[in-house]
Write a protein that binds this ligand. Structure first.
Ligand code: NAD
Length: 471
């Protein structure tokens, strides 16, 4: 594999498009985005952006992350396309008012829920899936009738440059502004009033975003990171568990928010499991993963050095080879990681997997419970009662039994964290809902206007009112 292109595209210091953003607000307030046909046109635009720019998207992902074509097409093109198509197919239905029953106290009358756009949305994207993490929320924002300012991540500069140059051409230009630049651009944007903020990135910056949103009481969706544990229970077949864990951990060189972050396994099976991981890694990437077309690179020098530090946190059982010029880190398995080490406390977000042995399953579960709630939890077992116990008792964004990562591709499920791993969710209908306000409407008839609810009150009014409210 060729070294990834390390030349930086200058995105910092981009001109802040204050006037254009003001225009977005004006136009959305005037109602340009209210009709179904306008919304469907914008979704068509997103699909055309993907079709027209497919090769350029793949090249940008190769340059930013050394991402192989198959994974890049799967995650940043096909998955986005399928989410946009799902929204397009269902939008008319989702926009229909949803009737609810009206109690006697509000009769004669009708009640319903109607979806209303928030107005002007701000979408702050991250770099590990730079297209997917921006385009899926954008589809939801436009489908829900919002206009949007999209701030791209500076950490994936080729992907950002492509979207900055192309995306606006496919969308109503009075409904979308694409902004590049780093934290300074995000900070500047956050000083302004938005009606909805959708942020993807670290929990640390999530707090900064939420604080800024508080100034205007702007609702936020925070798609944050997490330390996703894997429990390999006593009955789980090691070969298939190791294969699935290695697939999820080393895809995109481990730079996935839902990647398995550490493995908990009975101490007696720790070494056989590590051997099964060794076998899976060799089958996926060969004996020298640096030469594999299917293996990616670390996005930048900062993250490369951070990961080198984490590799010192224990004994390297597999991998450990690095090459700074390419920002290459081999698929690495750590063992004997001491309690309290950074590799067991911080999100790894790279191709390093600590395997931790426990003496009893309860001890393993306690390790998860004492940490902040993860984005995803993975459990390998066929024991139904253990499955039910873990699903019921451990707080987290999602649970997958006997696999990893696939919670992302089930469109009927909300995708999102809880607590430290996030707030709110998206994917499928949930993306539309993230950008919609459920407006409650009650419509009463004027012809019946009973005296009973009006003062002055009396015993008989009191009795009737109590009854009306309680039925
Ligand atoms: P980050 O928080 O550093 O950056 C994300 C965005 O925030 C960028 O647009 C960046 O410019 C901006 N930003 C950075 N510093 C800022 C500051 N001080 N003030 C305002 N804005 C600032 O996140 P990252 O390191 O790029 O992304 C990795 C994290 O994202 C990981 O924790 C990963 O798990 C998480 N992630 C979560 C999901 C999800 O769907 N839950 C998906 C992908 C990534």
């Amino acid at each position: 594999m060729q070294p990834v292109n390390t030349c930086a595209i200058e995105t910092a210091g981009a001109v802040f498009p204050a006037e254009r953003i003001e225009l977005l607000r004006q136009r959305v307030d005037e109602g340009i985005s209210r009709s179904l046909s306008w919304r469907l046109d914008q979704l068509e635009g997103l699909l055309r952006f993907l079709a027209d720019n497919e090769d350029a998207i793949l090249a940008a992902l190769k340059a930013d992350l050394g991402r192989c074509t198959t994974e890049a097409r799967m995650a940043d093109i096909s998955m986005v396309r399928s989410e946009v198509r799902l929204i397009r197919r269902n939008l008319k239905k989702w926009l229909r008012p949803h009737r609810v029953s009206t109690p006697i106290a509000a009769q004669p009358g009708r009640s319903w829920i109607q979806q209303e756009p928030f107005g002007l949305a701000l979408i702050l994207g991250t770099w590990n899936y730079p297209f997917q993490q921006v385009l899926i929320p954008l589809a939801g924002a436009l489908a829900a009738g919002n206009s949007a300012v999209v701030k791209l991540s500076e950490v994936a500069p080729h992907s950002a440059a492509l979207m900055a140059e192309q995306l606006e051409k496919y969308i109503d230009r009075t409904a979308l502004v694409v902004v590049t630049g780093g934290p300074e651009a995000a900070t500047r944007l956050l000083e302004n009033r938005f009606d909805k903020i959708f942020y993807t990135g670290s929990s640390h910056v999530g707090r900064i975003v939420m604080k800024a949103a508080a100034a205007y009481l702007t609702p936020v969706t925070l798609e944050l990171g997490g330390k996703n544990p894997v429990i390999v229970a006593a009955d789980a077949p090691l070969a298939v568990a190791a294969r699935r864990v290695a697939w999820g951990r080393f895809m995109n060189a481990g730079q996935i928010c839902v990647a398995p972050d550490y493995v908990l396994i009975d101490e007696s099976r720790r070494l056989p499991f590590i051997e099964a991981l060794r076998d899976a890694i060799a089958r996926f990437y060969g004996l020298d993963p640096k030469n594999s077309e299917s293996y990616g690179r670390i996005v930048d020098q900062h993250h490369f050095e951070r990961l080198l530090g984490l590799m010192q946190n224990g004994r390297i059982a597999i991998g450990g080879e690095t090459e700074a010029a390419e920002r290459y880190i081999a698929p690495t398995v750590l063992t004997d990681v001491p309690d309290g080490a950074a590799a067991l406390e911080e999100e790894i977000f790279g191709p390093i997997l600590p395997v931790v042995g426990y003496r009893t399953l309860d001890e393993g579960l306690a390790i998860i419970r004492t940490r902040p709630k993860p984005l995803a939890l993975y459990l390998f077992t066929e024991d139904r009662s253990l499955q039910e116990r873990v699903i019921r008792d451990i707080g987290c964004g999602s649970v997958v039994v006997n696999d990893v990562v696939v919670n992302q591709i089930v469109p009927g499920l909300p995708f999102g964290g809880v607590g430290n791993s996030g707030m709110g969710s998206f994917h499928g209908r949930f993306t539309f809902e993230a950008f919609s306000h459920s407006k409650a409407v009650v419509k009463r008839a004027l012809w019946a206007d009973l005296d009973v609810r009006y003062p002055p009150f009396s015993d008989w009014k009191d009795r009737i009112l109590q009854w009306l409210i309680s039925v």
